[in-house]
Design a binder for this molecule. Structure first.
Ligand code: ZN
Length: 137
């Protein structure tokens, strides 16, 4: 017999220097920070301390978005929609949720970060990404 269940495993870990700077910028400046590699020119979202492509370090800190495009999405049974959003200026995508959708999202649609009213240095300081004004959904 097989008994199915789920185990909840809460955990905490140090965000590190780059991760802490990224979270503080969300909270204090409503900015989404990324990193540009001088070695291979890749731009990563979020901010990181070294290039995972060529190994260069340190990387240049740059602001990304707040607009971007949906690269892929999926919906949970409760209706929450998660997406990989490639912020303007970035070569990598950020996983977050989509909010304020008038209908089903589509790949390539323009979205923009909606910041939470109360921010506490968490990835949820971005409440979600919503369709850009004037963008067709
Ligand atoms: Zn590089």
């Amino acid at each position: 017999m097989i008994r199915e269940s789920a185990i909840r495993i809460p955990f905490r870990y140090a965000a590190g220097g780059a991760g802490s700077r990224f979270l503080a910028a969300l909270r204090d400046e409503r900015r989404i920070l990324g990193a540009r590699c001088d070695g291979c020119r890749r731009v990563f979202a979020p901010l990181r301390s070294f290039c995972s492509s060529c190994g260069a370090s340190p990387l240049e800190e740059i602001a990304l978005g707040p607009g971007g495009r949906v690269e892929a999405w999926t919906a949970r049974a409760d209706g929450t929609v998660f997406a990989l959003v490639r912020l303007d200026g970035a070569d990598t995508a950020l996983l977050h949720r989509l909010v304020g959708l008038p209908g089903e999202p589509r790949r390539g649609m323009r979205v923009r970060a909606r910041f939470a009213a109360e921010r506490r240095a968490s990835i949820l300081d971005i409440a979600g990404f919503e369709p850009e004004e004037g963008a067709s959904a």
